[in-house]
Write a protein that binds this ligand. Structure first.
Ligand code: SF4
Length: 343
C-alpha cells in the first residue's frame, strides 16, 4: 500500500491552493503569514498578508514602525495580541530572522505549531505541525478516540504526526495535511466519496466519522454587555485608548459603559454619570453580537450631544470627527460605527 504521506503529497500536487506565501521561502514572510492565519480564515488573511508584506517587507521595517501603525494595519483581523507580539518579536530579531527551530520558537507569540510550520516550510526542517485540521485527519484515518485535548492525546498525536512526516518534503507534507483537513476531511460533511485515503480510513469503515476527533472539555462562554457612547461635540468626538492586559490593548474606542445584564438601565449607572453628567444619550443607534473564543459580547452604540465647554476626564482624547478613520479600532467598534454611518 502506498505510504500515507505519498498519497497526501500526490493529492496536494493536484489540489494545492495558489496562496501568496507559497511563492516564497523567506522565513520572515512565512512567519508573517502564519501569525496572520492564526484564528483567521485564509480568504480574509490574503489581503492583510499582502499589505503587511508590502509595507513591512523585512524584520527591520516592522521593528522600526510605531505600534499604532502596526495595529492600524491589523485592524479588522481581531485578536490584537497577535499584532503586538508580531511587533515585539520583530524588535527582538536585530534585523535577522532566527535560523534555528529553538530561535523561531523563542519568538513572542510563537508556539509549537508556528515554529514547526515556519521551520519546515522555510528551511525544510523535519518538524510536523499539529493543528485542528491535522488532529481531525489523523483521528479519523487511524480511528483514534483518545481525547485530543488530554495530555495523553497530545503526546499520541504529536508522535504519530512526526512519524508520518515526509522528511524529504516536510513543508509540502505539512501543508498537504492541513489543506486536506480544510478542504476534504472537514469538521462537518467531509467529502468521503472523493477522499484519496477512504480505503484506509478507520473512522469511515467503523461509521465513526462524526464522532472523531474526541474532546473532553467544552469551552465555557460568558456574556458581556458593552454600551459604547459616540459623542457629538461640534465637529469633534471623544475616544479612549484601551490599557494594558486587555484583548484590545492600545486600540481606540468611544467611551464605554459595561452593564451586568441586557435589561439594566446602564445610562443611570454612576460610571455613565461620571463621564457625561446629566446629558442623556439617544439609545442604540446600532447594535450587534460579537462572538470571541470564551465570551459573547452584546454591544450597542448610543449617541450623546455635549455642550461645547463640557470635558471628559483625563485619559479621554478629543479629536476632530474627520480624523476618526486614522485611529486603530477593534473590529467590533468598526462595525458598530459603520452600521451607524459614523465611519
Ligand atoms: S474518508 Fe472521510 S473521514 Fe476518512 S479521511 Fe477521508 S474525508 Fe476524512
Amino acid at each position: 500500500m502506498k505510504k500515507f504521506s505519498s498519497v497526501l503529497l500526490d493529492w496536494y500536487a493536484l489540489n494545492k491552493r495558489d496562496l501568496p506565501w507559497r511563492h516564497t521561502r523567506d522565513p520572515y514572510l512565512i512567519w508573517l503569514s502564519e501569525i496572520i492565519l492564526q484564528q483567521t480564515r485564509v480568504s480574509q488573511g490574503i489581503s492583510y498578508y499582502l499589505r503587511f508584506a508590502e509595507r513591512f517587507p523585512t524584520p527591520l521595517s516592522l521593528a522600526q514602525a510605531p505600534e499604532d501603525e502596526v495595529l492600524k494595519y491589523w485592524q479588522g483581523l481581531g485578536y490584537y495580541s497577535r499584532a503586538r507580539n508580531l511587533h515585539a518579536a520583530a524588535q527582538s530579531m536585530n534585523g535577522v530572522f532566527p535560523s534555528t527551530y529553538e530561535g523561531v520558537h523563542a519568538l513572542k507569540g510563537v508556539g509549537d505549531y508556528t515554529a514547526a510550520a515556519v521551520c519546515s516550510m522555510a528551511y525544510g526542517m523535519p518538524y510536523a505541525v499539529l493543528d485542528g485540521n491535522v488532529y481531525r485527519v489523523l483521528a479519523r484515518v487511524f480511528g483514534l478516540d483518545t481525547p485530543i485535548d488530554s495530555k495523553e492525546g497530545k503526546e499520541l498525536f504529536a508522535g504519530l504526526a512526526q512519524k508520518l512526516l515526509d522528511s524529504k518534503q516536510p513543508g509540502d507534507y505539512n501543508q498537504a495535511v492541513m489543506d486536506f483537513g480544510a478542504v476534504v476531511c472537514t469538521p462537518a460533511a467531509p467529502r468521503c466519496a472523493d477522499c484519496p485515503v477512504a480505503g484506509r480510513c478507520k473512522a469511515l469503515a467503523g461509521r465513526r466519522v462524526e464522532q472523531l476527533p474526541v474532546k473532553t472539555q467544552k469551552t465555557k462562554t460568558f456574556a458581556r454587555y458593552f454600551h459604547y457612547i459616540y459623542v457629538r461635540q461640534g465637529q469633534k468626538t471623544w475616544l479612549h485608548k484601551r490599557g494594558a492586559g486587555d484583548v484590545w490593548q492600545n486600540l481606540y474606542e468611544p467611551p464605554l459603559v459595561e452593564s451586568t445584564s441586557s435589561s439594566e438601565k446602564w445610562f443611570c449607572r454612576e460610571d455613565y454619570k461620571a463621564l457625561f453628567g446629566n446629558n442623556k444619550p439617544i439609545l442604540k443607534v446600532s447594535s450587534l453580537k460579537h462572538v470571541l473564543s470564551h465570551r459573547i459580547i452584546y454591544a450597542d452604540l448610543s449617541e450623546v450631544t455635549l455642550p461645547p465647554s463640557f470635558s471628559l476626564p483625563r485619559g479621554f482624547l478629543l479629536i476632530p470627527v474627520r480624523e476618526l478613520k486614522k485611529y486603530a479600532v477593534s473590529r467590533l467598534v468598526q462595525k458598530l460605527l459603520e452600521k451607524a454611518d459614523l465611519l
